[in-house]
Design a protein around this ligand. Structure first.
Ligand code: THU
Length: 131
């Protein structure tokens, strides 16, 4: 069981590494995310933009897709890292994508200045859609 109040250093470092791989030539806004799946394996992702803007993929979605593509179906915690003055707040689509797999996961929104904002997925998306 993870301590939901403490920023996991390994996830922070994985999110920082993913941040270096962000492909964001259009917005210039680089994001890295890393999550710990139920097995303990860490999956990471970066935002990947496209000349056809609507095809851009957020870092959180990249990380969740990597987890699900590996056959895992839930995660306990996720770190979202930027170098912006305020940690990035996940967009509505990312909230729903995280909600699909991990309503009670802890979400650490962090930046390079040491600001840490802890949430839960359910707290970010009250009443998220379920089938
Ligand atoms: N972005 C993310 O990857 N995650 C967030 O939490 C906020 C926004 C990306 C999408 C786009 O590539 C860029 O940041 C600017 O919106």
């Amino acid at each position: 069981m993870s301590d939901s109040s403490k920023l996991p250093q390994d996830l922070l470092e994985a999110a920082q590494r993913a941040h270096q791989n962000a492909y964001a030539p259009y917005s210039g806004f680089h994001v890295g995310a890393a999550l710990r799946a139920a097995s303990g394996t860490v999956y990471a992702g970066a935002n990947i933009e496209n000349a056809s803007y609507g095809l851009g993929r957020c870092a959180e979605q990249s990380a969740v897709q990597a987890m699900a593509s590996a056959g895992e179906r839930t995660f306990n915690e996720i770190v979202v890292y930027t170098t912006a003055p305020e940690p990035a707040s996940p967009c509505g689509a990312c909230r729903q994508v995280m909600f699909e797999f991990a309503e009670s996961a802890t979400v650490f929104l962090v930046n390079d200045q040491g600001v840490v904002k802890p949430w839960t997925v359910g707290g970010l998306l009250p009443g998220g859609f379920k089938l």
